[in-house]
Design a protein around this ligand. Structure first.
Ligand code: AHM
Ligand code: MG
Length: 336
């Protein structure tokens, strides 16, 4: 069919979310507006990432200091863009960014009912060599009209109303869940729109890939060591798993979501709480995993049941295919 060669009915991310929100009679479009500001931030970062190598030559990032060097780094630039986009949406009250030590409290005239936690550009070690990086975000609602505080975001991940990430890879993809499954949108650069390309993503129940920084193996605890040993030398006759590790959480989690398998950033002797941050790395990715039919576990409990005490708190994390995470849970249970 000639007509099949071109999509003519384009499900943009805005159209998709408007459809979803129309199921709630009380919805006044606030979430759609908030999301469109996040989408703008993602498009900006995508374009900046694509030009990063060139930008160094032409100083696109600006901010030349008095010595005539030093430009704003891509992660700082991305943070500025997201903070400004979120504040100007008029729909946020508290923002927590990996780049800012303190939370940002939006001035009263611009406040709205959402709180957003985000890592504007994750995978910093991969920026300079052109490997995939991403933005991660999670959204809470403000449940009172008093002055907002950090308590408004120090809530378990299961209270998030939405979470997602945008991956700046061979194509730019935004993966989102508002609690009704996981949906993937690909940026069509000629339209400047994210188009629904991966509706209702479900993670395979079991995968044949494990993803971990094995360079830390000498410092791992018993269950992690045993698990990775099992991946490489299975004793039950099953084939050994393949190892894939980009070192960008967004890329490693995205592959895990689509192909199945497990992603681990465990605790180790040097980092007893692991490396990844609860609010804007562990929670959003755990939310997506569960929504896709997988699991996310900290080594002690369901990741989304953690109650963070500090905005930049860290936690070990094991997430991915349901059955694969079951195995690591069993190994931790044996320890007790
Ligand atoms: P970053 O926020 O400094 O970029 O660190 C987070 C990244 C994640 O994207 C990735 O999963 C992890 O760090 C990789 O860490 P390591 O280099 O220790 O394997
Ligand atoms: Mg990060």
């Amino acid at each position: 069919h000639a007509a099949d060669a071109h999509r003519t009915d384009l499900m943009t991310i805005t159209r998709f979310v408007l459809n979803e929100q129309s199921k709630y009679p009380e919805s006044r479009g606030d979430f759609t507006i908030l999301l469109s500001h996040i989408v703008l931030g993602c498009k900006f970062v995508c374009s900046a990432v694509n030009k990063a190598g060139l930008a160094k030559l032409i100083g696109l990032a600006g901010e030349t200091n008095i010595q005539g060097e030093e430009q704003k780094k891509l992660d700082v630039l991305s943070n500025d863009v997201f903070v400004k986009a979120l504040v100007s949406s008029g729909r946020t009250s508290v923002l927590v960014s990996e780049e800012d030590e303190e939370a940002t409290f939006v001035e009263p005239s611009k406040r709205g009912k959402y709180c957003v936690v985000f890592d504007p550009l994750d995978g910093s070690s991969n920026i300079d060599c052109g490997v995939s990086i991403g933005t991660i975000f999670g959204i809470y609602t403000l449940d009172h009209t008093d002055e907002p505080t950090t308590e408004d975001v120090l809530k378990p991940g299961n209270e998030m109303v939405a979470a997602g990430y945008c991956m700046y890879g061979s194509s730019c993809m935004l993966v989102l869940s508002t609690g009704t499954g996981v949906h993937g949108f690909t940026l069509d650069p000629s339209l400047g729109e994210f188009i629904l390309t991966h509706p209702d993503i479900k993670i395979p129940n079991k995968g044949n890939i494990y993803s971990v920084n094995e360079g830390n193996a000498q410092n791992w605890d018993g269950p992690t060591t045993k698990y990775v040993e099992k991946c490489k030398f299975p004793k039950d006759g099953s084939p050994a798993k393949s190892l894939r590790y980009v070192g960008s959480m967004v890329a490693d989690v995205h592959r895990t979501l689509l192909y199945g398998g497990i992603f681990l950033y465990p605790a180790d002797k040097k980092s007893p709480n692991g490396k990844l941050r609860v609010l804007y790395e562990v929670f959003p990715m755990s939310f997506l995993m569960e929504q896709a039919g997988g699991q996310a576990f900290t080594g002690k409990k369901r990741a989304l049941d953690l109650v963070p005490e500090k905005i930049h708190e860290r936690s070990p994390i094991f997430l991915g295919s349901y059955d694969d995470v079951e195995e690591i849970k069993a190994l931790y249970a044996e320890e007790e």
